[in-house]
Ligand binder design. Structure first.
Ligand code: ME8
Length: 476
């Protein structure tokens, strides 16, 4: 089935409530899902939580709870956040879901049977924050390159997945599928690291028990990343027509797992690989890494309380080019809310509404009521909208540029009102052109700001347009 779009977010660790970083990835997925839905495709949007492993076990212990009891208490926070942000997901998967456990065991057994898993011992440095082993050369000044924390020396019996066997196959795959790792600079980074060598991957633990036991050796618990990555496969196992994922969105912190380990597991399990892994940048807050312990974090309720849901969605996608890092500040969000959503879009809608409202139903009848009346009426204004360009930008996931393009057209419409002065000329044709253009703008903005878009569409498709409340109140 080509007419489908399967898009995924990472499954987040429910060790805390979600923040703007998680919101960013999830909103991108939602925007692209909505766009593809609008284009008539069958869409599946997956998100969820990654609940096994040492990190979750440790935090649950801190709260005197069983791991599952602890994660159960956090799941509503994620679901509530996505609901408030209007994320229209098709499944919220939890790695503790029964069907997922079954899939993980099946795949492990399959790979084991074909000889891609063997037993050995592992000595190494482990970061629980990353749930990953590091070698000396990965470290930054002796500390974890991501968390900047000290690493634990671990030595344990473990099963290894023959990851090294797939090094050349992966390189070959990237060459044949230039869109597999996006953007290009990230592909370069991955290739550089891959060319330095690829070690086999330790995929089981015996030092704790919170996870899925290996089907061929129950004393061993499956490594959390091996378990987690397979969620993307579990989620659509019953809707096979969606496989493989068309787009998997992650940030650079976990690109290695998604661009190297994940496709190698799929190659070993003889499952078709995803089309594209898109690696986006990192948000900082006032130039600092998001960190709860240092008070540098913004949760979803705080984000929405600044200027509303649509302004938050708009800001996150508009502020930074897709793939680049960005800095979050409340003032920057307020500026975009005031200067772009209120002054440009809100102003256009309210002016045109105000001009059409006094005309009542006769305006509608003139342009829409009679047979063929619309065809007779050429819309010169709407022709200035470059739809082809917008489609192309959507295809390349350049969402900030899509918004740029739509807002350039909003500017054109505002200038049109200014220049044509329909309040003086009483030219209804101009109003018709504006009305149709506004409906088109609303349609194109639906993936980004669905609530506002639906309000505009409802208002401007009515037979009798009436003056309604302002869409975006300015924040002073
Ligand atoms: O890594 N800027 O979960 P996680 C942008 N469970 N995006 C950010 C961000 C930031 N500052 N902080 C987080 C895990 N993200 C694993 C994933 S998938 C099989 C397992 C987003 O809760 C971004 O998408 O640490 C990043 O990749 C993800 O949250 C990490 O979420």
């Amino acid at each position: 089935m080509k007419n489908k779009f399967y898009v995924t977010t990472p499954i987040y660790y429910p060790n805390d409530i979600p923040h703007i970083g998680h919101a960013y990835t999830t909103i991108i997925a939602d925007v692209l899902a909505r766009w593809n839905k609008f284009k008539g495709k069958k869409v599946f949007l997956l998100t969820g939580t990654d609940e096994h492993g040492k990190k979750i076990q440790a935090i649950a212990e801190k709260f005197n709870k069983k791991p599952k009891e602890f994660t159960d208490s956090l799941i509503p926070k994620f679901k509530d956040a996505w609901k408030k942000l209007n994320i229209d997901y098709d499944r919220f998967i939890r790695t503790t879901d029964k069907d997922h456990e079954k899939v993980v065991k099946e795949i492990l057994q399959k790979i084991y049977n074909k000889g891609d898993i063997y037993k050995g011992t592992y000595k190494g440095l482990y970061c629980t924050g990353c749930e990953a082993y590091y070698t000396d050369k990965d470290l930054k000044k002796g500390y974890c390159p991501i968390h900047k924390t000290k690493l634990e020396k671990l030595e344990e019996d473990t099963y290894f997945f023959k990851l090294s066997k797939y090094k050349n196959k992966l390189i070959e795959f990237y060459k044949k599928n230039p869109k597999f790792i996006l953007p290009k600079n990230k592909k370069k980074e991955i290739l550089n690291r891959l060319n330095k060598g690829l070690l086999d991957l330790s995929i089981s633990r015996t030092s704790f028990d919170w996870g899925i036991p290996l089907p061929f050796d129950k004393k061993h618990i499956c490594y959390v990343w091996f378990d987690a990555l397979l969620n993307y496969y579990t989620a659509v196992k019953k809707n096979k027509e969606f496989w493989p994922p068309d787009l998997q969105i992650v940030a650079k912190d976990i690109m290695w797992f998604h661009a190297v380990i994940w496709p190698a597991i799929l190659m070993s399990a003889e499952i078709k690989l995803p089309e594209s892994i898109f690696i986006h940048g990192y948000w900082t807050i006032n130039k600092e890494k998001i960190s709860k312990s240092r008070g540098k974090t913004i949760n979803i309720n705080e984000l929405i309380s600044i200027a509303g849901v649509d302004s938050a969605r708009y800001f996150l996608l508009r502020e930074i080019p897709f793939g680049k890092d960005g800095d979050f500040s409340e003032q920057a969000l307020i500026n975009r809310h005031n200067n772009e959503l209120a002054d440009k879009l809100g102003n256009l809608v309210s002016r045109v509404e105000g001009l059409i409202a006094p005309l009542g139903v006769p305006f509608y009848t003139e342009f829409y009521g009679k047979k063929n009346s619309i065809e007779k009426c050429e819309n010169k204004l709407i022709k200035k909208l470059n739809l082809k360009k917008i489609e192309k930008l959507f295809e390349n996931y350049e969402l900030d540029k899509v918004l740029n393009e739509i807002f350039a057209f909003v500017d054109i419409c505002n200038e049109y009102v200014q220049n044509k002065k329909p309040w003086e000329t009483k030219n209804k044709k101009v109003l018709y052109e504006l009305k149709e253009s506004i409906l088109k703008i609303a349609e194109l903005l639906w993936p980004f700001i669905p609530e506002t878009s639906e309000k505009i569409t409802k208002q401007f498709s009515a037979k009798k347009i009436i003056k309604s409340e302002v869409l975006f109140k300015k924040i002073i």
